[in-house]
Design a protein around this ligand. Sequence first.
Ligand code: NAD
Length: 476
Amino acid sequence: MTAAKEPSFRDSVDLMFNRAVALMDLEPGLEEKIRVCNATYTVRFGVRLRGQIHTFTGYRSVHSEHMEPVKGGIRFAMGVNQDEVEALAALMTYKCALVEAPFGGSKGGLRIDPRQWDEHELERITRRFAYELIKRDLINPSQNVPAPDMGTSEREMAWIADQYKRMNTTDINARACVTGKPINAGGIQGRTEATGRGVQYALQEFFRHPEDVKLANLSGKLDGKRVVIQGLGNVGYHAAKFLSEEDGCIITAIVEHDGALINEKGLNIEEVRNWIGKHAGVKGFPDAEYVPEGAKVLEKECDILIPAAMEGVTNITNAANINASLIIEAANGPVTAGADQILREKGCVIIPDMFANAGGVTVSYFEWVKNLSHIRFGRMGRRQEESRHQLVVDELERLSGDKNLGWTLSPDFKQRYLRGAGELELVRSGLDDTMRAAYQSMRDVWHGRDEVTDLRTAAYLVSIGKVAASYRALGL
Ligand code: NAD
């Protein structure tokens, strides 16, 4: 996908990092300490399947341990390699710092095409990979906590959690060894949707600032904005669903691995998702024009482009043709350093990955805290909150009756006001707060320093500043 002259993913991340640190006044040596990846473990292991031994290659990279545990997803894909996991681990460090999740950065991957294996085979492979990482403390509640990424979901996280528990039978915090688990295996409400939900909150916050919207040559609110999205997996599906169903965005194109769908009137996300579920691709979906060469559709004119599939899809070969005013990087590294420059020169505003897709790690942080505290959020306070609200409603109704004021509370208001916050409401509230605060911190730098002309540099400046402060506090 990436053109020959393009730097590797890892180099691309470093180039963006270097652009930001050139504007900072870091002491000699600290800059390099933050940039480099601390360690990358490569494992090759065999599993007997279908009558023969198959050897798999996996990685777990730890970028920075200025805070522990370190955190980052595990990816199952054929393209997984050391350069990629190191780039993704570095992005995790900056992402966690930006959204104030108290973790260092890590990432893992297994070179496998999950579609080639049955569920029980995948379970054996996943458990074996987890075993290799657990015995080296590369999965551990206090040292290294994975989560889902491309090609993995709550199913794999449940297998990993169970594998850890089997190997650490007396660890009372065993469930905190991995996040993104199903609810019945120690997960948290709202984790599956979290990254897509975070993309929605990020866009909502961006559109709260008319000056920022104007810089992207747009105006008004999210309602009616034409969106092209690439990848209808976990992140892309949830982002597209919430933006179209709740914010009035029109999804004019969906780019998937086997081609793209176009419908200027807007695609129904649930219907496309169901179609993909049944047909393993978008081809043949009624009610849309099908374009076999999906990548070309990234160049389609739109207000907002959401790459939500993989890295490097907008690179020096196609950046000049991109016709979007605003790009929000739901995937990690979808815009290469070279493309970033071309797009900036064109006046395109890019909401960077380390912020845009931080919803996942934010809610993973809540899940980890839930696992360590062994209690669901809202369990102690919800009913107490409801009874206090009931007191207010009763008093208002009494006053209205006593004084013959003639007004009543609307049933809708009463119902909404009386309901105490459960876990899902609290998770969404915490996520929204996190995305707003992180955006503000980037925005202050973006608008506050003349030499900072883009949100990515602003994001790097904020996060590198925080990581540097942690290292200084450690006496480095
Ligand atoms: P996923 O595996 O659930 O979905 C990926 C989707 O992209 C699939 O529908 C796949 O068919 C599609 N796809 C693959 N190759 C494609 C191509 N060449 N063109 C178009 N579509 C293609 O993965 P995900 O978890 O949604 O992750 C997507 C991106 O978001 C990755 O970059 C990942 O690192 C990032 N991310 C994920 C999370 C998370 O919580 N899952 C969190 C942060 C960042």
